[in-house]
Design a protein around this ligand. Structure first.
Ligand code: SF4
Length: 748
């Protein structure tokens, strides 16, 4: 399948590159090449980094089981017989880690039966590949099977950029985006700026690919990559394995980057060959000039990238980042002093390796080398030591080559091939709420509560080999690179730098792959959603606009200050309802600060006068009475993630208009996609004029056109009225969405 996609893509690249060079008046970076070759319509498109919205046609969609639920429910609303692009679902996020692989998997099958049955049946019907629970973590499986040089993949998970390790643009999106692309719509994204990272030298000793990105997190910070693509190049890039490149791209998400990418090279060829894709490797090889930037770009990179960073791999030290944020970075050698100064608990309670970020053969073999040195000295892991393999292929190869035995001898527990502790699906036996202690992992995120649900836990991130050394010493104050430790015989010894193989000499072992192909023709098949389900609910299309202006709608909430998508649709315990729009909508605005009440998420029903109600309770009452409502917001309303529930729940509970000082771009588009009118105050001071008892009319909607302001009348409780002007960024296409009731309705 990837072979056909690649053939088609490579065949059209030369022509579109020639047009792009002419239009831009310069050579093309690799990111330019991948973007222009996936343009929905290159000629009609405006190309301006940081400003233009691009409409792109991804080659493939990948979904993980938590986000796939709403993505599939939305896709089903479009009434298509089959997904328009090759797509897969991966069951990796819902498996809780506690008792080890086999038992955890059995329990997950039982606990999540409804969700798995739904996803499997929908995949089968709509031509989507289904990877069963335990088959592997989405990004590892995509790297092993689907990513290819030059591809554009979207995935409903932030760490989708892992696919950049094979030279493609792989980008994390919300479920709505995936649903729409599968329904045949192009995918829209702000034309990203470019950070060029020039790598020289070669990693040596303890330094690993993970340290490249940990170092960059410290340098660029968690905001440094926002709306940017990080493009690596330089002689150092060719020295890093394809899976190492995957690790670096994966954690580019921690820079806030749209995605990260490496140019095509022989490491990618070797990886595609060993993962049974020699045909694809040969094809890419024969088109290699298309899959790297134009040579003039590498000669004068400062002319082509918006920012340049230089990293000399030869000088890179192994790093540790954290606690609580990945941009608090320092070399391992500096951690002990800092831990002492800042009072971090020195005893490490747990050390965790693997995950989608770091479970390559290279990672595992280097970690096993450290583990064997510990065992030789008669030591066992002092910290609880957990291993999360990324896929069945990795698991069986680890087993065949003795690494599993080594980790188990050290006292480690091998978990199922799934996310587990990386996403908080971890029943940590020794964790105590309210008590701070330290853990270290080779994962990618470390915000409070991410791993064990305990916000006091100090979570540090490092390479898997450094984490394995920490597992043995159980001591955050130990410097595995420079310090010695005592073996069981009391003699001092020093870890030798880790050694491992990039790829298994005997090839990858195979287990049960866990892939279920879709039906050839899914027409007669049904999708399995029990009517009594608490976790899943079929979506009903939102009503079409009735052609009338909005007259005297009550104000549902006026939010004050930061209103992120997490304030509008909080996660945590609500996540289990993400496939059930009615149930999850009870969380609407629970985290938002209201301009009129001190308690977040609470307000007054202006029809009944009842106060201290949740915003969802108020909205449900208005909806039951057939009345829509208006939300007013502050600056950058809807910042944060692309969470579609933050737009779907308001729409479901009959919010018709959102007026703000300004919107976060993705959320603004999400509101429009759900058929909500997104307006901004022409004069931001008008925000202050809105009061709790106001009724709001939005008129002239039959004449809604791009660029023309919309008139809003505020009816005051004392009978006075004032008219204000609002602006919008609604396009012709988005007016069609508004009239149809939603973007998906407009497809029917
Ligand atoms: Fe996300 Fe962690 Fe799972 Fe990777 S292992 S997909 S980072 S939850």
């Amino acid at each position: 399948m990837s072979m056909d996609l690649a053939k088609k893509l490579y065949a059209k690249m030369p022509e579109v590159f020639a047009k792009a060079r002419k239009k831009f008046g310069r050579g093309l970076t690799l990111a330019d090449k991948i973007l222009v070759s996936h343009a929905d319509n290159f000629d009609a498109q405006t190309w301006e980094r940081g400003k233009a919205m691009l409409a792109l046609r991804p080659d493939r969609v990948a979904m993980q089981d938590a986000t796939a639920q709403m993505a599939m429910l939305q896709f089903m609303q479009a009434n298509k017989q089959k997904a328009a692009v090759p797509s897969t679902i991966h069951c990796d996020h819902l498996i809780r880690a506690e008792m080890g692989s086999a038992k955890d998997l059995l329990r997950a099958m039982d606990e999540n039966k409804e969700v798995y049955n739904f996803l499997a049946s929908a995949a089968k019907k709509y031509g989507i590949g289904f990877w069963k629970p335990g088959a592997g973590i989405i990004h590892q499986v995509v790297l092993e099977n689907y990513a290819f040089p030059g591809c554009l993949i979207i995935g409903t998970d932030s760490h989708t950029p892992n696919g950049g390790g094979l030279g493609g643009l792989a980008i994390g999106v919300g479920g709505a985006d995936a649903g729409e692309v599968m329904a045949g719509l192009p995918w829209e994204v702000l034309h990203p700026k470019l950070i060029g990272v020039r790598l020289t030298g070669k990693l040596n000793g303890w330094a690993s690919p993970k340290d490249v990105i940990l170092y960059l997190c410290g340098l660029l910070t968690v905001k440094g990559g926002t709306n940017k693509i990080v493009e690596y190049f330089g002689p150092g890039a060719e020295t890093i394995s394809a899976t190492g490149k995957g690790t670096i791209c994966n954690m580019g998400a921690e820079l806030g980057a749209t995605t990260s990418v490496f140019p095509f090279d022989q490491k990618m060829v070797a990886y595609m060959n060993i993962t049974d894709r020699a045909d694809l490797a040969n094809l890419a090889q024969s088109h290699k000039d298309l899959l790297v930037a134009d040579s003039e770009v590498y000669q004068s990179p400062e002319k082509y990238y918006d920012q340049i960073v230089e990293v000399d791999l030869s000088k890179l030290e192994p790093h540790v980042v954290g606690p609580h944020t990945p941009d608090l970075a320092r070399p391992v050698s500096k951690l002990a002093a800092e831990a002492k100064e800042k009072g971090y608990p020195i005893e490490l309670k747990a050390a965790l390796i693997g995950s989608c970020t770091n479970s390559s053969y290279e990672d595992i073999s280097r970690s096993a080398h450290i583990a064997r040195q510990g065992l030789k000295a008669g030591l066992k892991a002092k910290a609880s030591f957990l291993v999360s393999p990324g896929s069945e292929r990795i698991y069986h190869t680890m087993k065949r080559d003795g690494f599993l035995d080594t980790f188990e001898q050290l006292g480690g527990t091998v978990l199922s091939n799934s996310c587990g502790p990386c996403i908080g699906q971890w029943k940590r036996a020794d964790g105590v709420k309210g008590k701070a202690d330290s853990i270290v992992s080779s994962f990618n995120r470390n915000f409070p509560g991410r791993n064990d649900g305990i916000s006091e836990t100090l979570s540090f991130l490092a390479s898997p080999e450094v984490v394995t050394a920490y597992a043995i010493t159980g001591d955050l104050g130990f410097d595995p690179v420079n310090q010695t430790l005592k073996g069981a015989d009391g003699k001092e010894f020093k870890f030798q730098p880790p050694q491992g193989e990039e790829l298994p000499a005997k090839g990858f072992a195979k287990g049960e792959e866990g892939f279920v192909a879709p039906a050839e023709n899914g027409e007669g098949l049904t999708v399995d959603i029990p009517s009594t389900s608490e976790r899943l609910q079929l979506l009903q299309p939102f009503p079409r606009w009735d052609g009338k202006d909005f007259e005297r709608l009550p104000l549902l909430i006026k939010t004050k200050g930061k209103t992120t998508t997490d304030h509008i649709s909080p996660a945590g315990p609500w996540l289990k309802f993400r496939g059930h729009l009615d149930k999850i909508s009870d969380n609407m605005f629970l985290g938002a600060n209201s301009a009129f009440t001190s308690e977040p998420g609470k307000g007054t029903n202006v029809l009944t006068g009842e106060s201290n109600l949740t915003i969802a309770q108020i909205a449900r009452d208005y909806k039951a009475k057939g009345i829509g409502s208006v939300v007013v917001g502050d600056e950058n309303y809807g910042e944060g993630s692309s969470r579609e529930h933050a737009a779907m729940s308001p729409r479901f509970l009959n919010v018709r208009v959102v007026i703000t000082k300004s919107f976060a771009r993705i959320h603004e588009t999400n509101l429009k996609k759900q058929g909500i009118l997104a307006l901004t105050f022409a004069d931001p001071k008008d925000y202050d004029k809105i009061e709790q008892q106001d009724r709001i009319s939005v008129t002239g909607l039959n004449n809604l056109v791009p660029g023309k302001p919309v008139q809003v009348t505020i009816h005051k409780a004392d009978g006075k009225a004032l008219t204000i002007q609002t602006n919008h960024s609604i396009t012709e296409q988005q007016i069609a969405w508004f009239k149809a009731g939603s973007a998906l309705n407009a497809l029917n």
